[in-house]
Design a binder for this molecule. Structure first.
Ligand code: ATP
Length: 270
């Protein structure tokens, strides 16, 4: 299942060393000194993050820089053997998570409609009929054509883009306030990726959702996020408004990420 939610007031299993509080006023998330370690050593070193309510904030860095662990720790989903050793995580509202690969996020043996219905019933306490109606509404909201008919489809019967839309519908079924997105478009081709990014942006503005968006691709993050945090080797090395970070990067590593984006040849539309 791709979705995990929790209430702020409940203690989440961040790890032995974490303290959970409410976020600073006006913020959905306030993270201070987040440190994550495994037996082999420290993987994330004292990360600070400020995510204002309703904003889209990006976390960008190459593979292995610690983005996923940072995101997963917020929702208590660190892998076995990895834990938060110190830090404060302030959360206001419910968190929902969308993972990179829609094929593994969805159960291949259950129809996509049932996967949304299950969340509506178990997280929202809806009756079966109300949950089915809600599933149709959510499929419509995320742009799945012929939503009633699509409820009965299995994940393999949908395109990659449609599967990621279903994953978003499953996440939205729990009515989260904050959507944590871990490379949600990486498995998609460029055109579909742009559509899903536009959808995330629309959901943010229409629903007033807060979005935390993780990607290795600065170009992708800059399409969605007004603020970006650049992560290298478990540390945030630069943060700021995306426009400033992209136009006048201060850290050499950010410049390297930008160069990587600029080296990609432009593809003609059409
Ligand atoms: N289960 C684990 N046990 C031990 N070390 C781990 C575990 N998972 C990740 N790591 C290590 O923690 C570091 C950060 O990993 P993380 O997955 O957060 O990076 P990332 O920036 O999200 O990269 P990717 O985009 O490839 O997932 C890496 O050095 C990785 O090898």
């Amino acid at each position: 299942m791709s979705l995990f939610t929790r209430a702020t007031t409940r203690q989440a299993p961040h790890g032995r060393g974490a303290t959970t509080t409410s976020a600073a006023p006006g913020h959905a998330l306030t993270v201070r000194g987040l440190t994550i370690a495994s037996r082999t050593g420290t993987l994330v070193h004292g990360v600070d993050l400020d995510v204002p309510q309703g904003a889209a904030v990006g976390l960008v860095g190459e593979s292995g820089s610690g983005k996923s662990l940072t995101l997963r720790s917020l929702i208590g989903l660190l892998p076995r053997g990895v834990e938060v050793t110190s830090g404060t995580v302030g959360v206001t509202g419910q968190l929902g998570m969308v993972f990179q690969d829609p094929s593994s996020a969805l159960d291949p043996l259950v129809t996509v409609g049932s996967q949304v219905v299950e969340v509506c019933r178990h997280v929202r306490g809806m009756t079966r009929a109300a949950a089915r109606q809600r599933a149709v509404e959510l499929f419509t909201e995320v742009g799945i054509p012929d939503p009633e008919a699509r409820l009965g489809s299995y994940p393999h019967e949908l395109s990659g883009g449609q599967r990621q839309r279903v994953v978003l519908a499953v996440a939205l079924a729990a009515e989260p306030d904050v959507l944590l997105c871990d490379e949600p478009t990486t498995a998609l081709d460029v055109t579909v990726q742009a559509q899903v990014l536009a959808l995330v942006e629309r959901l943010r503005t229409d629903r007033g959702l807060t979005v935390v968006f993780v990607s290795h691709d600065l170009a992708v993050v800059s399409q969605v996020c007004s603020t970006v945090n650049v992560m290298q080797a478990g540390r945030i090395v630069e943060s700021g408004p995306t426009e400033r970070v992209v136009s006048a990067p201060e850290h050499p590593y950010t410049r390297t990420l930008l160069d990587a984006v600029l080296e990609i040849p432009e593809v003609e539309a059409g």
